[in-house]
Write a protein that binds this ligand. Structure first.
Ligand SMILES: [Zn+2]
Length: 332
């Protein structure tokens, strides 16, 4: 289900990371002291997770490491939101915090497992949803949010988080508890190899299948399988098949790097880059260290959803948006 190994581009990034210094820099006690100046033109990280389980590998994060990722984000002033919020009309983030989006592809069981208990069930505390919820209970200023790009029509036992008997329960739980469910096609079709009609069928039938469980749910975010576009790109944006329609206003790619601020002219909501989870020189931890050294690069909220804090020297890059007022600031 995972894309092929990253090629030449990743090698270049590794070299940049190696020559730009060590990736393990400041101690926790140092970065707690940093007071960040609001800058809503800075970068945002959209993280990309696949399997959650053991052992750790290229496309698998262990529960321990996932918990450590949350801890590191929390300690460094990040604040989880769903992908749909990143492209929403406005961003509502507490002052001084940096939004971060956690995304999960392929709806495997390690992301969300339920364990029968008495007449009911409990959430496996070692699954991603269990870990996020437990963490947010401990830290009230770090909500449990994330976007799950699900596969509704791969084999039973694998599709929609693996436990057939709990599919409806899990999807309802995600919806009711503030998580987002996103489109990842009907069964992980490489859209670059599909005819236009098949592209529309894959995207519309994914929507149809989710609505069997959540009748009014509209998926507005899409993760392209293998990061591959259909030959006619616009088919990924919106369309219909046999009376079922889809309309995406956020599309994520596989890799590679932070996203520009959603208020920047450079931001493309229909082609948002992601950062693959893992302890690599191009992973989230490396970027967190980079932002410790250069905090002026990261998005920092001013706490006012209707106001966008724009550094003077970036005012040309601000993309005006109805209902939002820019506020020019001088960076130190
Ligand atoms: Zn996938």
């Amino acid at each position: 289900m995972a894309p092929k190994r990253l090629g030449l581009f990743s090698l270049i990034i590794v070299l940049i990371a190696i020559f730009s210094g060590p990736t393990r820099g400041l101690e926790k006690s140092d970065y707690k002291q940093i007071t960040l100046v609001p800058n809503e033109m800075g970068e945002v990280m959209v993280l990309e997770y696949h399997l959650i389980g053991r052992p750790e590998s290229d496309w698998r994060r262990t529960p321990e490491n996932f918990r450590r990722d949350l801890e590191e984000l929390y300690q460094n002033g990040y604040y989880p939101i769903n992908l749909r919020d990143l492209v929403g009309p406005e961003l509502d983030i507490p002052k001084g915090k940096t939004p971060v989006v956690l995304t999960f592809d392929d709806s495997s069981i390690g992301q969300f497992r339920l364990i029968p208990e008495g007449n009911g069930w409990k959430i496996d505390p070692e699954s991603a949803v269990g870990i996020m919820i437990e963490f947010s209970k401990k830290h009230k200023d770090f909500p449990a949010r994330g976007t799950f790009f699900v596969l509704p029509a791969i084999k039973p036992g694998l599709r929609l988080f693996g436990q057939e008997e709990y599919i409806k329960t899990k999807l309802e739980f995600l919806q009711e508890n503030g998580f987002e469910i996103g489109n990842h096609t009907y069964y992980h079709q490489n859209l670059g190899k599909a005819e236009p009609e098949e592209v529309r069928r894959q995207l519309a039938f994914a929507q149809k299948e989710i609505q069997r469980y959540l009748p009014n749910y509209k998926m507005t975010s899409l993760s392209l399988p293998f990061g591959v576009w259909p030959k006619q790109k616009e088919l990924a944006y919106n369309g219909a098949y046999e009376g079922y329609s889809y309309d995406h206003n956020a599309i994520v790619l596989v890799g590679f790097g932070p996203a520009p601020s959603p208020y920047s002219r450079k931001f493309q909501p229909l082609a948002i880059p992601r950062i693959q989870a893992g302890d690599t020189p191009w992973g989230p931890g490396a970027h967190i260290k980079r932002y410790q050294k250069k905090p002026e690069l990261r998005f920092v909220s001013d706490g006012y959803p209707k106001t966008v804090s724009v550094p003077v020297k970036e005012k040309e890059d601000f993309q005006p948006r109805k209902g939002l007022r820019p506020r020019l600031i001088k960076m130190p």
